[in-house]
Write a protein of this length. Structure first.
Lengths: 255, 389
């Protein structure tokens, strides 16, 4: 009995191995809720404490968190976000460090957002895997529920901005392994995983109005230039952005 | 060729199994030296601690957390008495409301104790052994060592996949088995250290092994209730992180036999501390749909006599299963509970429900009315009123 289980477990590990080595299929990266516009200068946006994790990828592909790199990345990304805020077209304020009962509430909603964002990535952005209810063209219908307004109570904000990045830099062993695997048996092994997403939630309805997610992001978040590049990628396509200056009336929706 | 590899793999895997079964060495009472305010030293350890800090934030903000000051203070008191004042201030304790037998330790010293475990333990010696075991994981930096081991094993497996060709699955199997074997050795070490803490603190070390004896009996009762074969305890599975309950019990018994018997148990203090929570923990247990295991557990808890909360819980258990004979048995348990305490409102409700379902409508409604008199503001009062009118 235990022999069978061991064999099954080994098969599972082997399959996971193959799955991890396979490349990510082409998928969408960004979506805006139909009909949603955010004219510049009309809204206050609350930026929640970004989730940032940086580490190394071992030769076999295991993630090893690195506290020093994460601290560097947090500093650089914070600075880059502060700069990027000016180009977002609307007033962005940082959420204060929560205390007491609020910590539980905010932790709950950050966890809920992470789950919803992951669902969007898995069941909408990944075309071959779309849920039957998410197949209509141009549809983008996801929500955290109206109760999410409680995380910004008394702060006069209209939207909440969530940012999440996770980076695993290939270790030296991983890079050598990648090279040798390509040379000797011709198998492509990925070195480094760089994923991130940013999302905007309407605090009145709880609807997810914009999400940008990418499993292969650029920019070394441990350096100022890299962090700026990463933040620019994260905020690509942000609604109401002033960087994309379009003459008033030029858009077809204007009339 | 492939058959040969499978055979070799099985032979080697079998070789990996009994390593920790011989862990029952003579116990040395000296405890390892303690470093207060330990800080992580290497980059790998700092990374592990950073993730542990994030996990601990979630633990602190968890809805499962029981923030009752008295219960937390009591568990901490037992921890401090077991591992000593100096050591116990190095860790944080989180009591979680989860109806399963478990306690966990984070690499940076966040110990969680689950309510299902508290319900099953009987005295401070047993709780001390669990807390000592968890503390030993922290003090011996087991997470870090296991992480190093796992990295080495997976790296070797990766290289083998590249260069060893047909032998790669064999290497993978051996490496996987060795990682889990290492984890089991760590658990045995923590068991042994936990026992040493208990003995050094003046608790009776002979009590500790009995926790595992009861765990096996309960698992057997659960399996029988679900009409399943009980799991074997004589050999460990290749992918088990812990030794089997039988191995742990045997090792603890052998180790305790080398220590002087006697010592404090503090069963009364333990029962008093658990008293305000026992009904709630029992209610959680009953929702698990585990008739056999729960009935065994209630019998164990009632070894010094059936109290009204245990009788009520047994009534709920039988009423939930709901065969006609169960309803009769449930009504009997509720009546026994009411004989001990006439004002036990929930027993009146349970008796009323059991009678209603058993066809005794009038007597059932009378019991439900009595429930409403005793607990007019109960959460389900409106629902019960609808049944009565």
């Amino acid at each position: 009995m235990s022999v069978c289980r061991a064999a099954a477990a080994v098969c599972c590990i082997a399959l996971a191995w193959i799955g991890a080595a396979g490349s990510v299929a082409a998928q969408e990266r960004s979506a805006v809720r139909p009909g949603f516009t955010l004219p510049p200068g009309t809204a206050h946006i609350l930026l929640l404490r970004p989730h940032i994790t940086v580490g190394a990828q071992s030769t076999a592909g295991l993630f090893q968190a690195n506290a020093d790199w994460t601290a560097q990345a947090r500093e650089q990304i914070d600075a880059a976000l502060a700069l990027a805020q000016r180009t977002l077209g609307n007033d962005v304020m940082r959420a204060p460090e929560a205390i007491g009962a609020d910590t539980r509430l905010i932790a709950d909603y950050q966890a809920l957002f992470a789950v919803v964002a992951q669902s969007v990535i898995d069941y909408q952005f990944f075309k071959g895997n779309r849920l039957p209810t998410k197949k209509r063209a141009g549809q983008f219908d996801w929500t955290l529920g109206p109760e999410v307004a409680r995380i910004a109570r008394g702060q006069g904000c209209d939207y909440a901005l969530f940012v999440d990045t996770e980076d695993a830099y290939g270790s030296t062993g991983r890079k050598i392994f990648q090279l040798l695997a390509a040379v000797t048996v011709g198998v492509g092994v990925r070195s480094g995983e760089h994923t991130g997403y940013a999302g905007l939630v309407d605090l009145r309805t709880g609807d997810l109005v914009w999400l940008n997610a990418d499993r292969q992001m650029g920019g070394d978040v441990r350096t100022p230039e890299g962090a700026a590049k990463r933040v620019a990628e994260l905020l690509e396509g942000f609604p109401g952005r002033t960087a994309v200056t379009v003459a008033p009336g030029a858009t077809p929706e204007a009339r | 060729m492939s058959r040969l590899i499978v055979r070799l793999a099985l032979a080697l895997a079998a070789f990996c199994l009994p390593l920790e079964a011989v862990a029952a060495r003579a116990v040395d009472l000296t405890l390892p030296p303690f470093v207060s305010a330990y800080q992580p030293r290497t980059a790998a350890e700092r990374g592990i601690w950073m993730q542990a800090d994030e996990d601990e934030r979630q633990l602190r903000d968890s809805r499962l957390l029981i923030d009752d000051a008295a219960l937390n203070a009591y568990v901490r008191h037992v921890l401090c008495r077991t591992v000593g004042e100096e050591r116990c201030h190095a860790v944080r304790l989180y009591v979680l409301r989860v109806p399963a037998v478990n306690a966990t330790t984070g690499p940076s010293g966040a110990i969680s104790v689950w309510s299902g475990l508290l319900l099953r333990l009987r005295d401070e010696a047993e709780l001390g052994a669990v807390l000592g075991h968890e503390f030993a994981h922290f003090e011996q930096r087991h997470t870090l060592a296991l992480e190093h081991r796992r990295l080495g094993a997976t790296d070797l497996t990766a290289w083998a996949a590249l260069v060893a060709g047909g032998a790669a699955p064999l290497v993978r199997l051996i490496m996987t088995a060795s990682t889990f074997s290492f984890s089991r050795a760590q658990e045995s070490e923590a068991d042994s250290l936990g026992l040493r803490f208990v003995a050094a603190a003046g608790y009776d070390p002979r009590r500790v092994a009995e926790v595992w004896a009861r765990q096996m009996d309960e698992a057997d009762a659960r399996a029988a209730g679900h009409k399943q074969r009980s799991r074997r305890y004589d050999g460990v599975h290749l992918l088990s992180t812990h030794p089997t309950d039988l191995q742990r019990m045997t090792a603890l018994r052998a180790a305790a036999a080398t220590l002087s018997s006697g010592g404090a148990i503090e069963a009364a203090a333990y029962a008093a501390a658990l008293r305000p929570w026992r009904a709630a923990f029992l209610a959680d247990q009953i929702k698990l749909n585990d008739f056999g295991g729960t009935d065994y557990l209630l019998g164990q808890l009632a070894q010094d006599g059936w109290s009204e909360d245990l009788l009520f819980a047994r009534g709920e258990l039988y009423r939930q299963r709901g065969n006609p004979r169960d309803l009769v048995a449930a009504a009997d348990f509720y009546r026994q509970a009411l004989a001990l305490d006439q004002r036990h409102a929930e027993s009146h409700r349970g008796l009323g429900m059991a009678l209603l379902r058993g066809g005794e409508a009038e007597a059932g409604r009378a019991e439900l009315r009595r429930y409403l008199e005793l607990a007019p503001a109960a959460g389900d009062a409106a629902m019960v009123r609808a049944l009565v009118s």
